[in-house]
Ligand binder design. Structure first.
Ligand SMILES: [Ca+2]
Length: 355
């Protein structure tokens, strides 16, 4: 996969100059004040369907208040599984082992990658959306911040709408979840690395689904570009594009030696997560993308983000919102049925001063 990424770096290098404009841009941040606390199902908004009781396989549609944009969440049952890959797996890399047994509680996960329709409401809201612009984030420590609109095309020429949002940093993905939680009144966040692999596998202990081409956009069928979400067959738990299309940020800090450390602890490991600190890199990315070959579209394949993804950003410090040299990572969101203590109220600790 390194090679693929390197080739892609070269390829993107050309685009990078224009992408630069995109990023040089800006990053003066607007801040938007929090909307008042919302109780789902009360007030002037119609009853939030996120009140749907949890039942494995159930779904609900969440509408972003004061917009016509919605997304679908799917209930995933709790259970145990083997995370990682056996040494015998073709294409396997050392950071995928040894396998560890993991136990997870039930959670909701978005059926699709987050689309530009959704991400735009956070990053570039076209209307008021109940949010009020304030002069400075300093006016309120909890104020939601977001990047101003870049000069260039943040979609990298791939279009918007139902296309998956791409190119944002882990910090931006975390802030998207925080904003979404405030406006919907439900606690959305990124999937932990364990939740991601469990949901992608949907009970499959093999390296990947038997027919990758039917379920995934990747180097062999994507024509070098991401595709509107939901165009391929879902996995057995109704989730689409877990593998391929855009790779997906997970919550965890990336540590290549993580499973080795976990393997000496009592199994099964209950809801393991490596809570991210204030470093800009590395964070976990899963699933492979439209640029990757089949080896990278294995359930267990892990990637850590790196400063190479922002290499062509001339700003000092570099943007904490966009990776100019990366156009293959997007977002998928999760809502815990009952949140684990270390993730309650968690937000990105990355600031412009972060290294
Ligand atoms: Ca994906």
């Amino acid at each position: 996969m390194h090679e693929v990424k390197r080739q892609q770096s070269v390829k993107v290098g050309r685009v990078a100059v224009s992408a630069l404009a995109l990023v040089i841009a800006v990053m003066t941040m607007h801040a938007v004040a929090r909307p008042g606390p919302q109780t789902p199902g009360r007030g002037s908004q119609p009853a939030a369907q996120s009140d749907e009781p949890f039942k494995s396989g159930a779904t609900y549609v969440e509408k972003i208040p004061e917009t016509n944009v919605s997304f679908e969440m799917v209930a995933v049952p709790g259970g145990t599984f083997m995370m990682g890959s056996p040494a015998s797996e073709s294409g396997r890399r050392p950071d995928e082992g040894p396998q560890v047994e993991v136990e997870l509680a039930p959670f909701w996960i978005s059926k699709h990658e987050v689309t530009w329709d959704e991400f735009d409401e956070f990053a570039f809201a076209r209307g008021a959306k109940g949010l009020r612009t304030v002069d400075s984030a300093a006016a309120d420590a909890d104020a939601l911040t977001r990047p101003s609109r870049p000069y260039g095309d943040e979609s990298r020429g791939f279009g918007k709408g139902k296309q998956p949002a791409i190119g944002m940093t882990h910090h931006a993905a975390m802030e998207y979840c925080r904003w979404l939680s405030k406006v919907t009144g439900q606690a959305y966040r990124l999937a932990t690395e364990a939740e991601w692999e469990y949901a992608a596998r949907a009970g499959d202990a093999n390296a990947a689904p038997e027919s990758l081409a039917e379920g995934a956009w990747f180097a062999e069928n994507a024509d070098g570009e991401p595709h509107p979400v939901g165009g391929k067959q879902p996995n057995p738990w109704q989730l689409q594009d877990m593998l391929g299309n855009v790779a997906e940020w997970v919550l965890d800090q990336y540590d290549g030696g993580r499973y080795q450390k976990l393997s000496v602890l009592p199994q099964p490991l209950k809801r393991p997560v490596l809570v991210p600190d204030d470093r800009r890199f590395p964070h976990g990315v899963r699933g492979g993308s439209y640029l990757d070959g089949a080896d990278a579209l294995r359930y267990a394949a892990r990637v850590g983000s790196s400063d190479e993804w922002s290499m062509s950003d001339p700003q000092q410090p570099q943007s904490i919102w966009w990776h100019p040299d990366e156009s293959f990572v997007g977002v998928r969101i999760v809502r815990a049925v009952e949140e684990q203590p270390e993730l309650r109220g968690l937000r990105s600790k990355v600031t412009q001063d972060s290294m």
